[in-house]
Every structure is written in C-alpha cells, then in structure tokens.
Design a protein around this ligand. Sequence first.
Ligand code: FMN
Length: 220
Amino acid sequence: MSPIIQTQALDVPSAIIKRRSIKTFTTDPIAPELLKQLVELTVAAPSSFNVQAWQIILVQDEAQKAALSAASWNQQQIVQAPVTFVFAADPTAGEKDLTPILEKGLETGAWNEGTVNYFKNAVPQFQATLGDKRREYAIKDAIIAATHLVLAAESLGLSTCFMNGWVEDKVKEVIGASDNPDLAIAVLVPVGYAAEPRLNPGRLPFSSNVSVDRIGNPYQ
Ligand SMILES: Cc1cc2nc3c(=O)[nH]c(=O)nc-3n(C[C@H](O)[C@H](O)[C@H](O)COP(=O)(O)O)c2cc1C
C-alpha cells in the first residue's frame, strides 16, 4: 500500500531546513498523482531565456534502476527508491526551433510580440557567444530544476539525495543517449520515502564563504 500523501505541504523555509540527503529508501511507491505534481513543480523552475535546456528522465523500471545504480558506483539509493530523476542538459537547446516556447509566452500573455521578436534573435546570438560554455549554461538550468524537485519533494513528505557519483557515459547508455554527444548529465536525484533519518552535518560559518561587496570581507 502506498503511504498516505502529506496533505499539508511544508512551507519553503521548513522544507529547506528539514531536507537531508537520504542514503537509504524504503521501496514504497510514490502515488502517481504525487509524482505528477513533483514533475510539474520541477519544470516550473526558471531557465535562461525560458529555453528549459533540461531533459529529465524518470528511471522507474527495476532493470533500468539496477543498470543506473551500476553506472553510479553501485550506490543503492537508486535501487531502493521507487524513482530516480536523471537531469540531463542539452547544450543545443537554444539553437533548436524556439517556436513552442515563444508561442507559449504569447499565449499566456507573459510576452508581447516585441519580446518574442527580440528573443528570436537574442537567444541564438547569446548561444553563439557561449561557445564551449554552452554545456555549463545548460547544466545550470538542469541543476536549478533539480533543486526545485528536491525542495518540492521535501515539502510533500518525500526524501531525496542529489548524486554526483556516476560515470557520465554509462548513465547516458542507460537512458538511451549514447548517440547524442552533446547531451550532458547534470545530476541524479533518487526520490522516495526515507528508511532512516540522517543528521545535518552542519555548514561552515558565514565568515569562511559569505562576503559583503568583495570576497574576503566577511558577512557578520
Ligand atoms: C551536487 C551534489 C552531489 C552529491 N553526490 C552524492 C552522491 O553521489 N552520493 C551520496 O550519497 N550523496 C551525495 N551528495 C550528498 C552530500 O553528501 C550531502 O548533500 C552533504 O553531505 C550535506 O548533507 P545534507 O544534504 O544532508 O545537508 C551530493 C550532494 C550534492 C549537492
């Protein structure tokens, strides 16, 4: 039986404070409507020019989970959790046909014809100036979406773990993207119900990495 959905969502500060990187998950499934809500909140993330340079793959199939875990130094969270979101980043997104994005902006009333005409030129131009930073910029979009997922999941009673421990080519093989040399893997996020709580390992004092006006002028 799937666990009861938390009806009272945690507010953002509470979700930020409560979130921990969970290393062991129960195998309890996530109710389909809850998973859909998570996907909606994930793609609600902002992105550069609203280009949404992410490709998000929900790995749920048992054999796929096993393969993804093997591509991730056998980290068991992926096998245990009912779903792992693979956040891939498409550095070519800004060079593709922007019509669906521009039409959506017009349809919602968020953008007028002037904005759309500006974006038609500005996006490819900006993309061209990025050169070999295209990958980095696409990864920014994907990581911001992943952060939305993590906080939304926490708010809705689920747990997560950001994961960097994987081999990119192997992950691409699992998700069927070996033939796409441009696609980058940004981060993996298993989502599910925590089997064991984790303590907060704490953070450095502000004085070591928060400054005012110039780096090294510590924020008190
Ligand atoms: C980008 C990133 C990659 C991480 N990769 C892994 C990972 O591969 N495996 C893992 O168990 N934890 C991973 N972590 C979790 C960190 O160890 C954890 O965030 C850190 O120890 C702080 O603990 P907290 O998240 O509970 O505050 C990662 C965290 C981040 C932000």
